[in-house]
Ligand binder design. Structure first.
Ligand code: SF4
Ligand code: SF4
Length: 343
């Protein structure tokens, strides 16, 4: 399908149209923090300030706290009740290519390995409208991982800022349907395509932080037991867990029951391998020392996930760098993996 375009002034009309069939999420500020939240039906000022959200879009599919079921106990035993299945269609407008890729990576765990009904009920009812990234952060390094800040195959429609307008690329059949009935959408001209190409090249070149991801799995393997290296690169971490909670590809969770007499609710909540009690067991804790926990976080993304799925479970979104309270930097850790272990 030929590319389209829309004037930025018509984005509110487009979102209004889509609101008839979907709950529309857009970048918004809550207490000054950028998150994806329900569109209020009028505000499109995010087009001016939005760079990326603090909380990744994974929260729309795998919330920080989620009810799994409620239960009651009587003399006949336990009775379970599932929460209503989440069939509400959602549309996420403005997701960045790195965060859309992160959802494709999460699918490998929540869809391909094990069918997680809570995640899939939302994932299967969602359309993604990507927005190319024109102002990446200094902490971003997506291009080192084969991810473009301006292109995506993991969204339904991809928009690129070309001045007063957005160029619209149709990526999937769902995207084609969405655009077919939208008003204010026109055919893109050759000049529009040329403007988009130039804008994309400029944005791509703004991602200057780099890691050498070629052969990183093979480099990490012999360094796994190199305690000196891991202690050195993890010295300043305070085990707060922020980097894992806000990482778009981290998916660890804990399960808790809230009980009142004979009834209760079971929830799952985000958990973090950075926490000292994460692997605590009655007899021992295999990751009591901090260096073992940070090693787990890094190796899970750059060694274990590639072994399982042939893909690095990091998108270079840079959140773990810019949001870490002590400036721990995964790129420094990866760029200093020793060639050979000294252990
Ligand atoms: S955000 Fe920083 S300090 Fe907190 S656990 Fe991650 S690396 Fe450690
Ligand atoms: S490890 Fe850091 S850079 Fe990589 S996806 Fe997670 S938060 Fe983003």
């Amino acid at each position: 399908m030929a590319n389209k375009k829309i004037n930025k002034k018509d984005i509110a009309k487009l979102l209004t149209k889509w609101s008839q069939g979907f709950t529309v999420f857009v970048p918004s500020k809550e207490s000054g923090v950028a998150i994806m939240s329900k569109w209020d039906g009028k505000d499109t000022s995010f087009l001016d300030w939005y760079r990326n959200t603090v909380e990744p879009a994974k929260a729309n599919f795998f919330p920080s706290m989620e009810e799994m079921f409620s239960f009651q106990k009587d003399k006949e035993g336990y009775h379970l009740e599932l929460p209503p299945s989440d069939k509400q269609k959602q549309l996420i407008f403005g997701i960045r290519p790195c965060d859309a890729k992160a959802l494709a990576i999460l699918d490998m765990t929540f869809k391909d390995t094990y069918e997680d009904p809570y995640y899939l009920s939302k994932r299967n009812n969602t359309v993604l409208i990507g927005l190319s990234c024109t102002n990446p952060y200094d902490s971003c390094f997506c291009t080192s991982l084969g991810i473009s800040p301006v292109e995506s195959k993991d969204v339904d429609l991809m928009l690129t800022d070309i001045g007063d307008e957005f160029l619209i690329e149709v990526v999937t059949d769902k995207g084609k349907e969405l655009i077919a009935t939208a008003s204010g959408v026109e055919e893109a001209s050759g000049a529009d395509e040329a403007r988009a190409k130039e804008a994309k090249e400029t944005s791509f070149n703004k991602v200057t932080r780099k890691i050498d991801s070629d052969g990183i799995k093979e480099k990490l393997l012999p360094a796994f037991e190199n305690q000196d290296y891991w202690e050195k690169v993890t010295a300043k971490c305070i085990s707060c867990g922020i980097c894992t909670f806000l990482c778009p590809t981290c998916y660890c969770f804990d399960i808790n029951d809230e009980l009142v007499k004979n009834q209760g609710t079971r929830f799952r909540n985000w958990d973090s391998c950075a926490f000292p009690i994460y692997t605590k067991m009655p007899m021992e804790n295999p990751r009591e020392e901090k260096w073992r926990r940070v090693r787990q976080k890094v190796c899970h993304k750059y060694e274990f996930y590639p072994m399982l799925f042939d893909i690095i479970a990091c998108t270079g979104c840079g959140r773990c760098i810019r949001l870490c309270p002590v400036n721990w930097d995964i790129t420094q850790t990866l760029n200093s993996v020793p060639a050979k272990t000294t252990a």
